[in-house]
Design a protein around this ligand. Sequence first.
Ligand code: 13P
Length: 250
Amino acid sequence: MGRKFLVGGNWKMNGSLELAKTLVNSLNSQKWNTDLLEVVIAPPFPYLSVVRESLRKDVGVSAQNVYFEKSGAFTGETSTEFLKDLKIEWTLTGHSERREYFHESNEIVAKKTAHALASGIKVILCCGEKLEHRESGQTNDIVFAQLKAVADQVKDWTNVVIAYEPVWAIGTGKVATPEQAQDTHADIRKWLAENVSADVAANTRILYGGSVNGKNSASLAGQADIDGFLVGGASLKEAEFAQIIANANV
Ligand code: 13P
């Protein structure tokens, strides 16, 4: 079985109840081949429940972050148990904004990823280099270190989706070229083959994220190792997100 294309929408800390309803209604009315294309949206925590209840069941709902303990005195944190209670099937881990602004190390991200998977929550694991790393030829060093921390703690990758999101392309309008993205995706797949297994390399979906929009998504989707997108800003615009879904390579 081939890798099912996945379009994810990460709303980040944006939106409102009204916008959530608009975006849900839009997705509820769109048509695509659900055998070939999976859609997952990641609204802010307070809207997870209302989105899950009103959204069609074949679209996944994801948290944007999660904690690595089940319960206890961890003020402000979110447990995987809460997500399961609300029928939220996914979480993101390791988004570059969590790494940068909330000082999440590779080890913390790995711990969160391992805990979420062990709890039965599927994970979109984000990785990616900063501009200075790309310019100094360190892209693979950075990305592979991020992945290795996870591989040290996670043995079963069945429920892991990787999102390669070069930090310099996030929210900047400066999208990676299809060739740049394809090269890094192919390198990640090779790394998985050499460091996890050939099976995991063949079956793990690798999404591209960073300034994806309705215009540039078609050529990115045509690349052999790009198995979908993690979309930020454009996922908050119903027509734009619909266009990205329509451009999926399926
Ligand atoms: P933009 O699509 O706004 O660049 O954000 C990408 C991203 O960070 C998705 O997680």
